[in-house]
Design a binder for this molecule. Structure first.
Ligand SMILES: *[C@@H]1O[C@H](CO)[C@@H](O)[C@H](O)[C@H]1NC(C)=O
Ligand SMILES: *[C@@H]1O[C@H](CO)[C@@H](O)[C@H](O)[C@H]1NC(C)=O
Ligand SMILES: *[C@@H]1O[C@H](CO)[C@@H](O)[C@H](O)[C@H]1NC(C)=O
Ligand SMILES: *[C@@H]1O[C@H](CO)[C@@H](O)[C@H](O)[C@H]1NC(C)=O
Length: 415
């Protein structure tokens, strides 16, 4: 069964990529409903198997299998299958027929008891648009299948990266897919299938925020700013320097490349890479801005730094007026820009006219800061793949009454 459904799924997909059985968009609520129902039914069958007619349990299990396989097969019966797949379908059918015979005799109360559940289960299964791999795994877990196993099944039917899905089915659209993590557990993830960062498609989104959308909220670690119709996320109120972070879980899925974008605003008087009041190590507020790292201990990915003004006292490493260097671990992996166009920035002022790190509106003393190939996107690749979580920290070395750097939006992808 396991291998058969896998074969059907792949065949159907490649023969008709535009139909609904495209391997995408499975509804996790439906799947967990099916999983729970199967467990519940199994439990009920187990609990009542003390009766003398031993055939009944087997019959009911067969019926359950029938209900599910029928629904799955229904989706496929109109598709053109080559001879071998027809053969497989026939064998499934034959196996079901045998089980039905066994269960015909078993019209006892137990059968009636699970009837409504089966019906409901069937309708849930029919409403499933796809994801036979996951379903067949559920079935294999709950139902014994006794077909010959000529077709070799791969040990894990789920692929483990968006990139692998795209390699296998090059026309896959962006959307939700199930991936296996390093422990074989399934995760429902968003795959971006178009090119990003000049490195092709097959990217898994691990974080996104768009505060321009009135329905989106700041992560609870941050404070929501709302001023003149602009919404953004900053540090909670503090009288001293601080870093406030959010962790984006890798979900134990491997990656070796990161492509992302963060757009922010200057608030008050941030000082670029000057970090007067901080140690310059990766755990401190070594910049006024956003530090993206992975793993524990932290390893640097990218720094997004707010300068002081873009015509005076810029304090960006890339600025031509009062440049400050970034720590060695940052190297050239940073963007730095100021949002204030005056000679002096003011406390408690949100500079909304020039968003940061979008590669636009760099002032005369920071023009080189905007001359970066991928900006606003940044890209890193690692020599080894990792399942490290990615951490985004909002760091400033002075209190929020003096300075803050706000987040307008971000998108982080890995592959
Ligand atoms: C199993 O299904 C029965 C009948 O629908 C229901 O009463 C019971 O609460 C369910 N048990 C669980 C654990 O879901
Ligand atoms: C499945 O088997 C039944 C009887 O065993 C038969 O009537 C039906 O046509 C078969 N269906 C397919 C698709 O082979
Ligand atoms: C499943 O198969 C195993 C081994 O073939 C057997 O021991 C077990 O009783 C079967 N379970 C059911 C529910 O048929
Ligand atoms: C953010 O949301 C706004 C409003 O819904 C929308 O116009 C904009 O395109 C979104 N930005 C991104 C990057 O998705």
């Amino acid at each position: 069964m396991y291998s058969i459904l896998l074969v059907l799924c792949i065949t159907s997909y490649s023969s008709s990529a535009s139909n609904t059985l495209d391997g995408t968009c499975v509804n996790p609520t439906t799947l967990s409903f099916i999983e729970n129902s199967l467990t519940n039914i199994s439990d009920q069958l187990k609990g009542s198997s003390c009766s003398s007619d031993g055939a009944t349990t087997e019959g009911l299990t067969g019926l359950l299998q029938l209900a599910l396989v029928k629904e799955l097969a229904k989706d496929y019966k109109d598709k053109s299958c080559d001879k071998e797949e027809r053969n497989l379908l026939n064998r499934i059918n034959a196996s079901i027929a045998n089980k039905i015979d066994a269960s015909t005799a078993a019209t006892d109360a137990r059968l009636n008891a699970i009837e409504p559940q089966l019906t409901s289960l069937q309708s849930q299964v029919s409403s499933l648009s796809s994801d036979l791999n996951k379903l067949s795994r559920l079935l294999a877990k709950h139902v014994n299948v006794t077909l010959d196993d000529e077709e070799e099944a791969p040990s894990s039917p789920l692929l483990s990266s968006c990139d692998a899905i795209l390699s296998k089915w090059p026309n896959s659209p962006s959307g939700y897919y199930n991936l296996a993590d390093v422990n074989g557990h399934s995760h429902h993830v968003y795959c971006h299938m178009e090119t990003l960062c000049g490195k092709g498609g097959g990217w898994r989104r691990i974080a996104s925020l768009n505060m321009t959308d009135p329905n989106e909220k700041c992560p609870t670690q941050f404070r929501t700013y709302s001023q003149n119709g602009v919404r953004a996320c900053g540090r909670p109120v503090t009288n001293s320097g601080s870093c406030d972070g959010i962790t984006f879980p890798s979900r134990d899925i491997k990656y070796s490349e990161v492509c992302g974008k963060v757009i922010g605003y200057q608030d008050g008087k941030p000082n670029g890479a000057a970090a007067y009041h901080a140690n310059r190590d990766i755990n401190s507020a070594y910049i006024d801005g956003i530090s993206l790292t992975h793993g524990n201990p932290r390893k640097h990915i990218w720094s997004l730094i707010s300068g002081y003004t873009d015509i005076n006292q810029n304090q960006c490493p890339c600025g031509s007026h009062t440049p400050y260097p970034v720590p060695l671990f940052v190297g050239s992996h940073y963007y730095c820009e100021a949002g204030c166009h005056n000679t002096q920035a003011s406390f408690n002022t949100l500079y909304t006219s020039d968003p940061l790190w979008d590669g636009k509106d760099c002032g005369s003393i920071e023009t080189t800061c905007c001359q970066r190939t991928l900006i606003p996107w940044f890209y890193r690749s690692f020599t080894h793949s990792t399942t490290d979580n990615i951490e985004m920290r909002l760091c400033c070395d002075e209190g929020t009454n003096n300075e803050d750097v706000l987040i307008k939006e971000y998108e982080i992808y890995v592959k």
